[in-house]
Design a protein around this ligand. Sequence first.
Ligand code: SF4
Length: 329
Amino acid sequence: MRNTNISKKIIKWYDNNKRILPWRVKASNKKKQYFTLVSEFMLQQTQVKTVIPYFNEFILKIPDLESLSKIRNEKLMKCWEGLGYYSRARNLKNTAKKILKEFKGKLPDNEDDLKTLPGIGDYTSKAIMAIAYNKKIIPLDGNVERILKRTLYLKKEQEISKENLKKNKSFFGESNRASDYAQAIMEIGALICKPINPKCNECPIKKNCISFKKKDFHLTKINKAYNQKFFEIRLLKNKYKNYYLIKNHKFNFLKGMPILPMTEITKSKYENQVGKRISINISNMHMKIIMKKSKHVPYHNGLYVGINNLKNFTLPSFTKKLLNSVIRD
Ligand code: SF4
């Protein structure tokens, strides 16, 4: 089933079908490295089509590492507002500072140094090496995993483990156009080998695909531990119907961002209380939240936010979602 022509077929498809993305434009090496860094941070938890306008705006306002390292946090958060997972923005700024201080302003060109930068782990270091430095590496993202599972018909739990998928990346072989090749494989996963209804007739490697032969595209998933947590939120409203928000120093998610005053509670407390309930997924956590009215100001570092004036505040979508659910009542 392996075919030495796979890389040629994939590259040819990419040349004819790749999306025009703002971080793929022709640019100097320095700009390309910066574009790759910013886009990879944004893409860590967010889809390409959502990232595009944010990336354009970001690059316009913060065009290089120097300006990123000096930007005020409020302005940075305003640029990131709506993208979620705000720790990425803070890590990106700290990464810029560290590159300027410890790497003479040059994005490191080896995985070990890249991994010392805040917010860069195994996947992002590999993506940067492939995309910005044309190294023959294929980063294993969800798209690449899906293609491997389908082409090689990997179904069993041990077959679809990260370790086994990494080993099976050899299926793709390699290309001298390593940067394009890594992006091409991910692009096929995003546009052709979709999770549901893959467009096999347009796929350049359908002849190499066992799932296509068997007409079985079902994907097995590894059962992830269910991380469910319970919270109580206190809604404090003033006479102008504005709600009290505090700066989050307590929880690891949304650090430093405005949130409604909240406390983690036990499951039984959650179940035995009366109040409006809402469920939100955030940072691999399934949050079950109960909201209760309060007359007591819990902390004094907060501010009141006009509920009809939300767009003028830099608020995480988590907080907006909760406030919007209150408005609907
Ligand atoms: S032939 Fe279909 S299932 Fe196989 S890799 Fe291509 S799109 Fe995916």
